[in-house]
Design a protein around this ligand. Structure first.
Ligand SMILES: Nc1ncnc2c1ncn2[C@@H]1O[C@H](COP(=O)(O)OP(=O)(O)OP(=O)(O)O)[C@@H](O)[C@H]1O
Ligand SMILES: [Mg+2]
Length: 345
C-alpha cells in the first residue's frame, strides 16, 4: 500500500456551546471533537469506532469543513504535491475542493432531497463541478454508468427517494458521492441502518469501487465486526478524543486501551475466547468526564488506579505504530485480562 499521507488532522477541535447555567456563569462547551491529530494514508480505509455520541460524525463533518471551525487544522495533500490547509480556503476554493472530498451521510432518509429524482440527485454535483453539461445526453449516460456501478437499476433514474428502500437510498447516497470522482470519502455509518445481507453488499461495493477508483475512506461505524472486515487502520474514539490507534489487526489482536478491550468483548463473534467475560461499563455523564483532569475513561475503567484520576493521559506507543492513551499501556495483555476475569469471579 502506498504510504503517502492524504489527510492530516492537527489538534482538530469542534466545541458546541451549552446553555449557561446561572447568572454570570462562564459559558460551557460540549467538546464533541477535542484535539484530534491523525493521518489518513492514500488508498487506505481508516476505520473510526466508538460508542454513540462520542463525536464520530462531528469529526467526519469537521474534516470536510461543514462546521464553522473552532480549532486545529485539516491538511489535504492532493496529487499535485501541494499542502492545502482546508480551514484557510475561501468558500469558492472549498467548493472546488469538494469534488475531491465527499461524504456519505449517516442518515440516507434526510440527506436526499425528496423533490429531486435519483438522476437529478446524482447529476447535481457532476454538473456543478463542470464534469458534464446539464441536460446533456453525455450526462445522462454518465449518471446511468455510475448507477450501474453502484448496483442501481436504470428504472431508478426518474424516480424519487421515497420510492426506494433504505438499502437502495444508501446506494443513491454512495452514487451521488462517487459520481464527482472524489479522492477521499467519509462514509458515516453508511451500512449501520441496513440488514446484514444488504450490509455485505454495500461493503463489497465500497471495497470494489475503492480498488477501481483508487479511493481513500474514512469509515465511521459503531459496529466493530464491520470495521474489522474493512479497515486497514483503526482509531477508537472516546468523548471527543482518540484513545487508541493502530493497524486494524493489531488493535483487535492486542487492544491496549481498556475501553477498546470492553468494546471488543461486547461483540461475541470478536471475543477471541468464547468464554471471555463481557466487561461491564457503568453509565456515565459524558460532560463531567469530558472535563476531568486525569483520564476521561477512569470512572468507568476496571483497571483504574489513583494516577488515572489525577494525571492527564496522552497517546503513548505500546507497540510499534500502535498507540493508546492509558497509563498502563505497557502492561501485558495477560495481566489486564487477569484483572477483568479476576474481578468477575
Ligand atoms: N450541531 C450540534 N449542536 C450541538 N451539539 C451537537 C451537534 N452535533 C452533535 N452534537 C453533540 O456532539 C456530540 C457528538 O455527536 P456525534 O453526532 O458526533 O456523535 P456520534 O459519535 O456520531 O454518535 P452516533 O454513533 O450516535 O452517530 C453529541 O453529544 C451530540 O449531542
Ligand atoms: Mg454519528
Amino acid at each position: 500500500m502506498d504510504e503517502k499521507t492524504l489527510i492530516q488532522l492537527d489538534g482538530l477541535k469542534q466545541y458546541f456551546p451549552l446553555a449557561k447555567t446561572g447568572l454570570g456563569r462562564k459559558r460551557r462547551f460540549l467538546r464533541a471533537v477535542d484535539g484530534v491529530s491523525l493521518q489518513i494514508k492514500q488508498g487506505e480505509t481508516f476505520g473510526l469506532v466508538g460508542e454513540s455520541g462520542c463525536g464520530k460524525s462531528t469529526l467526519g463533518k469537521s474534516i470536510l469543513q461543514l462546521y464553522k471551525r473552532m480549532g486545529g487544522e485539516v491538511w489535504y495533500y492532493p496529487e499535485t504535491g501541494e499542502r492545502i490547509a482546508l480551514s484557510k480556503q475561501s468558500k469558492k476554493q472549498m467548493r472546488a475542493l469538494r469534488k475531491d472530498l465527499q461524504i456519505v451521510f449517516q442518515d440516507p432518509y434526510s440527506s436526499l432531497n425528496p423533490r429531486m429524482t435519483v438522476g437529478q440527485i446524482i447529476g447535481e454535483g457532476v454538473t456543478a463541478h463542470g464534469l458534464y453539461k446539464p441536460h446533456s445526453k453525455a450526462l445522462q449516460s454518465y449518471v446511468l454508468e455510475v448507477m450501474q456501478k453502484c448496483g442501481l437499476d436504470e428504472y431508478a433514474l426518474h424516480r424519487y427517494p421515497h420510492e426506494f428502500s433504505g438499502g437502495q437510498r444508501q446506494r443513491v447516497c454512495i452514487a451521488r458521492a462517487l459520481a464527482v470522482k472524489p479522492k477521499f470519502v467519509v462514509c458515516d455509518e453508511c451500512v449501520s441502518a441496513l440488514d446484514v445481507s444488504i450490509q455485505a453488499q454495500i461493503i463489497n461495493l465500497l471495497s470494489h469501487l475503492k480498488e477501481k477508483e483508487n479511493l481513500t475512506y474514512l469509515f465511521i461505524s459503531h459496529d466493530l465486526s464491520v470495521v474489522r472486515h474493512i479497515a486497514d487502520t483503526i482509531a477508537v474514539m472516546y468523548l471527543g478524543k482518540i484513545v487508541e490507534i493502530g493497524k486494524g489487526e493489531r488493535v483487535f489482536k492486542n487492544p491496549l486501551h481498556p475501553y477498546t478491550m470492553a468494546l471488543i468483548r461486547s461483540v461475541p463473534t470478536l471475543a477471541q475466547n468464547k468464554n471471555s467475560k463481557r466487561i461491564y461499563l457503568p453509565p456515565t455523564t459524558a460532560l463531567q468526564d469530558n472535563e476531568s483532569v486525569g483520564c476521561p475513561f477512569a470512572k468507568r475503567c476496571f483497571m483504574a488506579k489513583d494516577v488515572c484520576f489525577s494525571k492527564p493521559v496522552e497517546l503513548w506507543e505500546g507497540e510499534k505504530g500502535h498507540y493508546a492513551s492509558c497509563h498502563f499501556v505497557d502492561m501485558p495483555k495477560k495481566q489486564k485480562e487477569a484483572q477483568i476475569d479476576g474481578e468477575r469471579e
